[in-house]
Design a protein around this ligand. Structure first.
Ligand code: IVH
Length: 686
C-alpha cells in the first residue's frame, strides 16, 4: 500500500488528536490540551478541509454542526423497540418486583444487580455502522421515533466514531440526553430577557432542543449524553485491544466507556436487595448535589443471560425497575395572590393555593418571583396550576393548565400600592423587581431587623420573626438601634416570650455589640454587600468612617478592592449619603458599637493577606488538589481546619460537598468555590 499524500495524512492525524482531546474534555472531564492549542489545531484542519474538500470525513470534528436547518424530521422504525420501565414507589413495590423475578427465574437467594441513576432527560437510540454514527432517533412511541441525527451530532459527549479497533458492523447504543441545571438556568434567563416563554424544567428544554430544526441552535444549548444500554449483534467478538464481549450490564457499561461514551460514574454493582435499598436512599439526598436532574434510580439484573430468561411483559422488561423519588410536581387550585415585601423593598408576588403534599412536606404557597413572571404565567383565580418543590428548594409555580380555567375567572395582578404601608410601588425601567421605596415601611423595617440579627450578621439568639413582628407592629422598635433600648420587662410582656427568654435576649443583644466589624457591616443590609463583600470591604476599610469617607471622596479606592465593582460602590455611596443611615450609624456608635476593626481582626494584624482567617476545604475542586489549596491558603497566612464551626471564616466547597456544606450554611459561614478562593488570594496579594 502506498503512503497517504501528506495533506491527507496530516488531516487524519489532526482528526485523531482533536477527537482525543474532545473526549478527554467532554467525556472524561479531564482536559489534556490547552484551549488555545486545540483551537490552533482545529483551525489548521478547517484550512486543510477548505482547500481540499475531499479530505472531509463524516467523523471530522468540523462535521458536528451541519450546514442548513432541516425542514422537518423523518420518522424511523426502531430495529429493537424502546420499552419503558415499570415503576416502584416504595420498598414494598421493590420487594414485590424482586420476588416475582426470583419466581420467573426459578431461583432463590441473592441476585446481583446494577443500580444506575435515573437521569431525567430524553432517551435516544444511536446506531453505529463500522464504528461510525449513522443515525440517532428519539424514543417516539417506542416503535417509531424521529430521526434527529444532525442534532445529536452536535452533542460533544456523543462519539462520531467508536474508539474500537474492531468495531461491530452494526451496534445500537441507548442512553439519556440531558441539559445540565446551570445550562438550563442560562437558557431560561436568555429567554426571559427576550420575553420568550420559559421551559418548565430541564427535560422539557432538552426535548424542545432535540426537535430544533437548526443544529446550530442545538449546538449552542450544550446538551450532554449518558449511555446505559448496549445492543451488540450476536456475532461480534472482541479483537485486539478492544474490551471483551459483555456478559453483564456492568460489563456493558465498561464496554460503552471504552468505546468512547460518557457513562454515569455513579452506577454501582449491588449484591442484594438491601444494597439496592441503600443505594436508593443514599441518592435521595446525594442527587441534590448533582449538576443535573434525576427522578429516581434504575435497577437492572446484572447477568445478561438471566435478563434474557426473565424477558419482557407487554411494555417493560421484567429484569429492570425504576425506583422513583416522591413527586416534586403536583397540581393544585390557585386561591389568591399575596405579596411579600422584603428588606430591600422588593415586592415578591406569592401564589396561595389548596394545600398539596410535595417532596415530603405540605405546600400551600409558592413564589412567583416578580411581576414579569406573574404576567407571563397569566394567572387567574381558580386556575389549575402545577407547583414544584425540589428538596430544599423553595416551592414555585411552574405552569398553568389554562385549558382547565373556569369561565369568567378574574386575572390576578400585582397591586399598585404596597400592601404593607400603602405607598405607591415603583418598577424601574429595565428592572425585573417592583419595589416599595418608603424607607419606613414596616415590612422593610422587619426585614432589616431580621437581617441584622441573622447568623452571618450580628447572630442574636432568641429574636425570631414573630417577635420582630410584634415589636414593629406595636411601634416599640422603629430602627435597628431601638433594639438595644429594649428591657427584659417590656419584652416579657409580649406574646410568645417568657421572663427568662426575655432576659436572655437582652444579654444576647448586649453581647452582639462585640461582633467584628465585617459582621456589623454585613448586618446593615446594604444592597449588594453580602458576607464575602463585607469581609473584603471591612479589611480594606477598617472603620465605617473610613468607608464613608472613601465612598464620598475616592470611589476608585472602593472599586480597587478585589471583587467590588462599580455597582456595589454606587450602592455604598447611596447608602452612606442617606441621612437616616447616617443617624443609624451615630446611634449605633453611641450604643457602644465600634463600627471598626478590633486588634485581632483582618485589616489591622501583621500584613499577610489571610491572617486570622480559618478555612475548611470540602469536596473536590475543579483544578486545585486539596494539598495545593491548603498550601496556597497557608502561604497567604490563613489556617486550614478540618471541621466547620462558628469560627470558620470560609468554607471552600468543590463538587460533591456534603455535610460540611450544609453545616456551613446553617451557621452562616461564607462559602466559596475554587474561583472565589483564587479571587480572595489575589485580592489579598494585590
Ligand atoms: S434503561 C428497557 N437506564 O427512564 C429499559 N433508562 O422510565 C429502558 N432513563 O425511557 C431504559 N435513566 O428515558 C434506563 N439509567 C437508565 C435511565 C433510564 C433514565 C429513562 C429512559 C426510559 C425511562 C423509563
Amino acid at each position: 500500500m502506498s503512503a497517504a499524500p501528506p495533506n491527507q495524512a496530516r488531516a487524519g492525524e489532526l482528526r485523531r488528536l482533536l477527537q482525543r482531546a474532545a473526549h478527554a474534555y467532554y467525556v472524561l472531564d479531564a482536559p489534556e490540551m490547552e484551549d488555545s492549542v486545540y483551537d490552533g489545531l482545529y483551525k489548521e484542519l478547517l484550512e486543510l478541509e477548505a482547500a481540499q474538500p475531499e479530505l472531509i470525513t463524516p467523523d471530522s470534528p468540523s462535521q458536528r454542526v451541519g450546514g442548513t436547518p432541516a425542514e422537518g424530521f423523518s420518522s424511523v422504525e426502531h430495529r429493537i423497540g424502546l420499552l419503558s420501565l415499570d415503576n416502584a414507589f416504595n420498598p414494598g413495590d421493590l420487594e414485590a418486583w424482586y420476588s416475582r423475578l426470583l419466581k420467573v427465574l426459578d431461583r432463590t437467594g441473592d441476585l446481583a444487580m446494577v443500580g444506575e441513576l435515573k437521569i431525567d432527560g430524553n432517551a435516544l437510540a444511536l446506531s453505529y455502522e463500522q464504528g461510525l454514527l449513522v443515525q440517532a432517533a428519539t424514543r417516539g412511541d417506542g416503535e417509531r421515533g424521529e430521526q434527529i441525527t444532525a442534532n445529536v451530532r452536535t452533542i460533544a459527549s456523543v462519539p462520531l466514531r467508536l474508539q474500537l479497533e474492531n468495531p461491530p458492523a452494526w451496534v445500537e447504543v441507548r442512553g439519556e440526553a440531558l441539559i445540565p441545571d446551570d445550562t438550563f438556568a442560562a437558557i431560561n434567563a436568555e429567554r426571559a430577557a427576550r420575553g420568550e416563554a420559559l421551559f418548565a424544567n430541564p427535560r422539557n428544554a432538552c426535548a424542545g432542543t432535540l426537535r430544533q430544526l437548526d443544529p446550530k441552535v442545538v449546538a449552542a444549548r450544550r446538551l450532554d449524553f449518558f449511555a446505559y444500554t448496549l445492543h451488540l449483534p450476536e456475532e461480534w467478538q472482541s479483537a485486539g485491544g478492544d474490551p471483551p464481549r459483555p456478559s453483564s450490564q456492568w460489563q456493558s457499561l465498561q464496554w460503552l466507556q471504552a468505546a468512547g461514551f460518557k457513562v454515569n460514574p455513579n452506577a454501582e454493582l449491588l449484591p442484594n436487595l438491601a444494597a439496592v435499598q441503600a443505594f436508593f436512599s443514599a441518592w435521595d439526598t446525594g442527587r441534590r448535589a448533582l449538576p443535573y436532574a434525576t427522578d429516581g434510580v434504575v435497577v437492572k439484573l446484572n447477568d445478561l443471560r438471566l435478563q434474557d430468561a426473565a424477558g419482557f411483559t407487554q411494555k417493560a422488561p421484567r429484569w429492570a425497575i425504576a425506583l422513583k423519588y416522591a413527586a416534586e410536581e403536583a397540581p393544585s387550585i390557585l386561591l389568591r395572590l399575596t405579596c411579600q415585601v422584603g428588606r430591600t423593598g422588593v415586592v415578591t408576588p406569592v401564589a396561595e393555593f389548596e394545600p398539596v403534599p410535595l417532596a415530603g412536606t405540605t405546600v400551600s404557597r409558592a413564589t412567583l418571583h416578580n411581576a414579569g413572571r406573574l404576567a407571563e404565567l397569566d394567572l387567574h383565580a381558580g386556575d389549575t396550576i402545577v407547583v414544584r418543590k425540589a428538596g430544599e428548594i423553595i416551592p414555585e409555580v411552574v405552569r398553568v393548565l389554562s385549558e382547565l380555567r373556569p369561565a369568567g375567572a378574574v386575572r390576578l395582578e400585582l397591586p399598585q400600592v404596597c400592601p404593607e404601608c400603602g405607598s405607591e410601588l415603583v418598577r424601574e425601567e429595565g428592572e425585573a423587581a417592583t419595589r416599595c421605596v418608603n424607607s419606613s415601611c414596616p415590612a422593610i423595617l422587619r426585614g432589616a431587623l431580621r437581617h441584622w440579627v441573622s447568623k452571618g450578621a450580628l447572630d442574636v439568639d432568641g429574636l425570631g420573626a414573630k417577635l420582630i413582628e410584634q415589636l414593629v407592629d406595636r411601634g416599640l422598635v422603629g430602627s435597628i438601634a431601638d433594639l438595644y433600648g429594649l428591657d427584659g420587662a417590656l419584652l416579657a410582656s409580649l406574646e410568645r416570650i417568657g421572663a427568662k427568654s426575655a432576659d436572655n435576649l437582652v444579654v444576647a443583644l448586649a453581647a452582639s455589640k462585640q461582633q467584628p466589624w465585617h459582621r456589623q457591616l454585613y448586618g446593615l443590609g446594604i444592597h449588594h454587600v453580602g458576607e464575602v463583600n463585607a469581609k473584603a470591604l471591612a479589611k480594606a476599610f477598617p472603620s465605617a468612617a473610613d468607608l464613608a469617607t472613601a465612598t464620598a471622596n475616592t470611589p476608585e479606592s472602593i472599586t480597587a478592592v478585589f471583587g467590588i465593582g462599580a455597582e456595589i460602590a454606587q450602592s455604598l455611596q447611596q447608602w452612606f449619603a442617606t441621612p437616616a443611615n447616617q443617624l443609624l450609624l451615630e446611634d449605633l456608635e453611641r450604643l457602644g458599637f465600634s463600627l471598626a476593626a478590633g486588634p485581632e481582626e483582618p485589616g489591622t494584624g501583621p500584613e499577610t493577606p489571610l491572617t486570622g482567617q480559618t478555612f475548611v476545604l470540602t469536596g473536590s475542586l475543579p483544578s486545585l488538589s486539596r494539598s495545593a489549596a491548603q498550601a496556597l491558603i497557608e502561604a497567604a497566612g490563613g489556617k486550614v481546619s478540618g471541621s466547620v464551626s462558628k469560627k470558620t471564616s470560609y468554607l471552600v466547597a468543590g463538587e460533591e460537598a456534603g455535610s460540611k456544606l450544609s453545616k456551613a450554611e446553617s451557621l452562616g459561614v461564607a462559602v466559596l468555590d475554587e474561583a472565589g478562593l483564587l479571587e480572595l488570594l489575589k485580592a489579598g496579594s494585590g
